[in-house]
Design a protein around this ligand. Structure first.
Ligand SMILES: [Zn+2]
Length: 59
């Protein structure tokens, strides 16, 4: 999964420690390059990107 902000492929899965999210939800991803946190969801057959936290502009 490429980062939707910078295109980097170094993404971290943030939800690996928690079993608390509902099964229909994709896990949160964090970009190792720009710090963007996002989630991919499928809505009406289309892939949507949910930005949870904007990219870290200090990097
Ligand atoms: Zn990124």
């Amino acid at each position: 999964m490429k980062c939707p902000n910078c295109g980097n492929r170094t993404s971290l899965n943030l939800d690996m420690h928690s079993g608390g999210f509902s099964s229909g939800e994709a896990p949160l991803k964090e970009c190792g390059e720009c710090g963007l946190v996002w989630r991919v969801k499928i809505e009406a057959g289309e892939t949507m990107i949910d930005i949870i936290k904007p990219a870290d502009k200090k990097k």
